[in-house]
Design a protein around this ligand. Structure first.
Ligand code: DSN
Length: 431
């Protein structure tokens, strides 16, 4: 046998092999609270590591620029059909490599260079690709932005209507990456129609909730819906576009050859597997538990005296104001202190933040990953209390040692990826 096809990774590349083992242990032995992360099933993980990575399949099923695509077609057809079924969409494009590329393709479809867009401000919970000046969306299009009300810290739909009338955007962009409240897609659709705009809803964060009806769907109200596949939807890292049939050809052309070349067939296969999981009856209970867990985490943190942006959460995430007008600590300091006790989070700006994004006043927390591990309300309460203890005393070694011990106890009760965990170096990795 040609040894090229039989070598295993630990023999072929000890450095990368060890980094993979260390990452398995880091994910297993820590508490993952980054709102945009999740843990895929072993089936999804296996599918990503298949020979479909070898295949070029430029084009779409039955209209390819390469031979040998019959099985790539099976995979892409399955992913498309399942995506349409999950979201009740007329058309799905499963090729975008990421959420950013899905958004880029929609902007290319809906706009000409220099056209006006209206998107949610990044520091109010929006996303880079919704018009940030350093992103393609802000570089190629004329941008106006909307945000949240200073008092309620929730989207001000009347103000959005006013801004839409003032700027007359060709495309209104909604959806968010750090917004803990329900988004009123029906109202946004009405606003857009009143000024002759189309709407792109980026549901990357809430796609899993939308899939099972636990967040209102944008599909009936928005011409274009984009999402990543790896957040609440719990699939492989990637993007997805849903649209009405009338835009299908243009969207497909914008993805390929517009912004991408060959599709990642192994990732599309893994998307299909994860979409199949999302169509199972237990996926709704999983999404409900994500929401229940976020609510308990929010209540615990709030009861401990920390301020939540908008006062709480309706979805999978919460935004904690750890800076509290200078009375607390910065998001940067908080993120580092939590990292030291193996609680993984990200610093995040809060609306009207006085700190720069790399320092930030907030910490964003989300429950999808820990819910996948099987954690429920009791663990969320304990984790919320640990979180508050670290924010109150980020320098205390005594508190850190106690929390590290609790993290080790909780994570040991919720094992994951057993076949990938190499026990022998558990103690040396320290996590
Ligand atoms: N970076 C993602 C997030 O963390 O929300 C959005 O692209």
């Amino acid at each position: 046998m040609n040894k090229f096809f039989t070598a295993n990774i630990s023999d072929a590349d000890p450095i990368i092999s060890e980094a993979i083992d260390d990452e398995v242990r880091r994910q297993t032995n820590g508490l993952e609270l980054i709102a945009s992360e999740n843990f895929v099933s072993e089936a999804v993980l296996q599918t990503m590591g298949t020979v479909f990575t070898n295949k070029y399949a430029e084009g779409y099923p039955r209209k390819r620029y390469y031979g040998g695509c019959e099985f790539a077609d099976v995979v892409e057809d399955a992913a498309i059909d399942r995506a349409k079924q999950i979201f009740g969409a007329e058309h799905a494009n499963v090729q975008p490599h990421s959420g950013a590329q899905a958004n880029m393709a929609v902007l290319m479809t809906a706009l000409d260079h220099g056209d006006q867009i209206l998107g949610m401000n990044l520091s109010h919970g929006g996303h880079l690709t919704h018009g940030h000046p350093l992103n393609f969306s802000g570089i190629n299009y004329k941008v106006a932005d909307y945000g949240v009300n200073r008092e309620t810290e929730q989207i001000d739909y009347d103000e959005l209507q006013r801004l839409a009338e003032e700027h007359k955007p060709k495309l209104l962009i909604c959806g968010a990456s750090a917004y803990p409240r329900t988004i009123d897609f029906a109202r946004i659709g009405e606003i857009a129609r009143s000024v002759g705009a189309k709407v792109m809803a980026d549901i990357a964060h809430i796609a899993g909730l939308v899939a099972v009806g636990l967040h209102p769907s944008p599909v009936p109200h928005c011409e274009f819906v984009t999402t990543t596949t790896h957040k609440t939807l719990r699939g492989p890292r990637g993007g997805l576009i849903l649209c009405r049939e009338e835009f299908a050809k243009d969207v497909d052309r914008s993805v390929f050859p517009g912004v991408q070349g060959g599709p990642l067939v192994h990732i599309i296969a893994a998307k299909a597997v994860s979409f199949g999981e999302a169509l199972q009856s237990d996926f709704k209970a999983y999404q409900q538990q994500i929401i229940d867990n976020a609510r308990v985490l929010a209540e615990t943190i709030s009861s401990a005296g920390l301020r939540l942006v908008s006062g709480g959460t309706d979805n999978h995430l919460l935004l904690v104001d750890v800076f509290m007008d200078g009375k607390g600590i910065t998001g940067k300091v908080a993120e580092k202190a939590l990292d030291e006790v193996h609680i993984t989070v990200n610093k995040n700006t809060i609306p009207f933040d006085t700190n720069k994004p790399f320092v930030a006043s907030g910490i964003r927390l989300g429950t999808p990953a820990l819910t996948t591990r099987g954690m429920k309300e009791a663990e969320m309460k304990q984790i919320g209390e640990m979180f508050a203890a670290i924010i109150r005393e980020p320098e205390s070694e005594e508190v850190k040692n106690r929390v590290r011990g609790e993290v080790a106890e909780i994570t040991a009760k919720f094992p994951m990826y057993p076949t990938r965990l190499k026990e022998k170096r558990n103690e040396t990795a320290g996590r």
